[in-house]
Each structure stands twice: as C-alpha cells, then as structure tokens.
Ligand binder design. Sequence first.
Ligand SMILES: CC(C)(COP(=O)(O)OP(=O)(O)OC[C@H]1O[C@@H](n2cnc3c(N)ncnc32)[C@H](O)[C@@H]1OP(=O)(O)O)[C@@H](O)C(=O)NCCC(=O)NCCS
Length: 165
Amino acid sequence: MLEIRAALRPDVSAIQAIYAHHVLNGTSTFDTDPPDVRFWEQKLATLAARGWPFLVAEQGGEPVGYCYATQIRERPAYAPCCEDSIYVRADRTGRGIGTALLHALIGAARDAGFEQMIAVVGGGEPASVTLHARCGFTEVGRLRNVGFKFGRYLDSVYMQRDLRG
Ligand SMILES: CC(C)(COP(=O)(O)OP(=O)(O)OC[C@H]1O[C@@H](n2cnc3c(N)ncnc32)[C@H](O)[C@@H]1OP(=O)(O)O)[C@@H](O)C(=O)NCCC(=O)NCCS
C-alpha cells in the first residue's frame, strides 16, 4: 500500500539516498555531487518554517519517493509561484508513485497559498515531462544547451500549471 504523507526528520536519510542516485546516474538534475543528510535536514526545516509542502511516498514502511514545492525565486513578488521537485526511488519508478506524489503536491501547494507551479525538467527527462503533462502542466519554454553532464549538453524544459480553480 502506498501512503502519501508529510516528510519527517527520520525520512531524511532515505530522501538523501533517493536523490543521490539520480544525481550520480541521471540528467534530470544538474547537481553533480549529492548533497549530504545535513543539507536535507536543513531543507526540511526551512520548508516547515515557511509553510511549504514536503511530502514522501511510503511503501512497505519506507520512503520510496518524495516531492516538495518552494517559492520559485526569493524576491517577494514571486510569492504566488512555486517550483516543484519530485524524485522516486530508482527501483520503484513507472508504478504510479510519481503521479500520486504530484497530485498530492498540487493540492498541498494550493493550500499553502501558491497559484502557479513550475517544473524545471532537466534534460527534458521523458518520464518527468510525461508525468507533469498527465498532471495538467504544459510546456512554456525551453532553455537550450544550458547544462553539460556526462559529456553532453542538456536543455531545461519549463512546464507550468495554474493551481487556481
Ligand atoms: C519522473 C519521475 C518522478 C516519475 O515518477 P514515476 O513514479 O516513475 O511516474 P509514474 O509511474 O507515476 O508515471 C507517470 C507517467 O510517466 C510515464 N512514464 C514513466 N516512466 C517513463 C519513461 N521512462 N519514459 C516516458 N514516460 C514514462 C508513465 O507511463 C506515466 O504516464 P501514463 O499516466 O500515461 O501511464 C520518476 O521517474 C523519477 O524520479 N525520475 C528521475 C528523476 C526525475 O526526472 N525527476 C523529475 C525532476 S523535474
């Protein structure tokens, strides 16, 4: 059974491991060195303090995916707009976990007061583009060749969803 719930401090090591795998093996993130557990503890605390959602998908008693939403830029007039981040454990992708997480995040971000959500899809990752399109996002822009990882140039695909109504 899959449960979507708020992320808690004991989830941090699983979250760190999930993201580290995608940093080291994929182009969906332009990070090249996985952040440590302390980074994730601070992020969890920061999001809690701001009232922004940080969710995990739990299956079999352990986190198998996570997502969060943060204001897209710090300048105050960006307050209506968030950016999402969503990662599923590599051995559990393609089973609907990302869809369940993103649906929950959309609701939680709306509850937190956000009106727009942006996905910045590194390398135009097909699974992420499909996931976001299925959840009502449309492509609104593409930055070409802005990343370089594993010996190739990468685009950033921007997708947007209106959270109102
Ligand atoms: C992107 C990601 C979060 C999606 O989560 P997931 O649990 O695998 O997604 P789901 O199983 O819910 O599938 C969502 C949709 O994407 C499709 N999909 C899944 N993997 C795919 C792939 N490799 N290529 C194309 N489409 C894919 C599914 O078929 C589904 O579409 P459908 O509803 O038409 O069947 C997950 O694959 C992941 O963590 N990938 C690496 C990190 C990443 O890209 N994160 C996003 C950063 S913006």
